[in-house]
Design a protein around this ligand. Structure first.
Ligand code: ZN
Length: 358
């Protein structure tokens, strides 16, 4: 009988628990990622010194590098620094910026990358995508996904709560992204992947249906694991489609039109997902998204992100240009400026009604 299956590259290690960081050296050795301990470790300027002090006695063979900012130039500078010595692997310990820079640098150097997340603001923890600022604004670069993924809940519990909550918006947006992908399949014949959808959807549902909050370890573990599964869903799909649709186009438009007023990525995509569900006219998914964001203290309305309705209308109008060729509910709705104004105003009014009905 033929054994028909597809091989999916997956991390050797996924470790979500308190105290995971202290095991880094042992994990690198056990998994043969680095038996010599010769690894390059990239950290951010804020938490770097704290993280480094965890290894006063361990990881003697590691060299430490500080990453300052999430630009392509920072990533290239890191490549130049790391290539001067021989290393078995590159380890990124930090939030989204540090991990994105490290992923890109590891890909350029052809070295395995180990991700240690210090917040849960995004699904880049295990994804094959590095998002970096460049001369054109911001770009997404395809890179190998991390070989090992560690989430130390001690670090997460100590991180700014906004940076942790933001991941809820990120993962809730999966459901909207999947709806966009399925519509692109039905209306445009775009290929979809049922396994990628299963991973991305299950991850989002687990977080949305969990009764806990970011103050509890059980919830944090589900959120962390959900974000890791989201990343793997992108590996399976070979595209960011299972977790990025209209929700992300709206967030990219905010990033590009208002770079100095960016909120956390997950905060922006959460509002984007709510707006996308409103455009689809799916009131049950819209209500569930609004309630989930509100319950966890995330922005729901444009004003919660600091934007007037007029500014949000401009964001919506610009959003499709951020991902040319990606068919989402924004493109499907054939929005004219007057329709955008009407929809944005109705969206804002509807949120009030949904929240008051509780
Ligand atoms: Zn995202």
């Amino acid at each position: 009988m033929p054994l028909l299956a597809r091989m999916i590259p997956a991390p050797l290690v996924v470790d979500v628990r308190r105290g995971a960081l202290a095991e880094l050296g042992a994990i690198l050795a056990d998994q043969r990622i680095s038996t010599s301990g010769r690894v390059a470790i990239a950290v951010g300027s804020t938490y770097g010194p704290i993280v480094q002090s965890t290894f006063r006695d361990g990881l003697a063979g590691a060299d430490w590098f500080t990453v300052d900012g999430g630009t392509i130039n920072t990533a290239i500078k890191l490549v130049e620094q790391i290539r001067r010595e021989r290393y078995d692997a590159v380890v990124g310990i930090g939030g989204g910026t540090v991990l994105d820079v490290t992923k890109f640098a590891a890909a350029r150097l052809g070295l395995p990358m180990v991700a240690v997340a210090t917040n849960l603001a995004h699904d880049g923890i295990a994804s094959p995508i590095s998002t970096l600022d460049n001369d054109a604004g911001r770009g997404s670069y395809g890179v190998p996904a991390p070989l090992a993924v560690l989430v130390d809940l001690d670090l997460i519990a100590a991180a700014p709560v906004r940076s942790v909550r933001s991941g809820i918006g990120e993962i809730v947006s999966n459901l909207s992204a999947i709806a966009d992908w399925q519509a692109a399949h039905a209306l445009r014949g775009e290929e979809i992947d049922g396994l990628a959808i299963s991973l991305a959807r299950t991850a989002a549902e687990a977080v949305m249906n969990h009764p806990g909050s970011v103050s509890g370890d059980a919830f944090l573990a589900v959120l962390a694991e959900g974000l890791i599964l989201s990343g793997i869903s992108m590996v399976v799909a070979g595209t960011s489609r299972p977790s990025s649709g209209a929700c992300h186009e709206i967030s990219h438009a905010i990033d590009l039109l208002h770079p100095s007023r960016r909120a956390f990525h997950g905060e922006q995509v959460g509002v984007g997902a709510a707006f996308a569900w409103f455009l689809r006219g799916d009131s049950s998914a819209f209500d569930a998204t609004v309630h989930c964001l509100h319950r966890h203290g995330l922005p729901v309305r444009p004003s919660d992100l600091g934007f007037t309705l007029e500014e949000f209308e401009a964001v919506v109008g610009y959003a499709p240009q951020t991902r040319p060729g990606r068919f989402t509910v924004l493109e499907e709705s054939a929005l004219t400026p007057s329709r955008i104004t009407a929809k944005v105003n109705a969206f804002d009014t509807r949120i009030t009604a949904v929240l008051e009905s509780r």
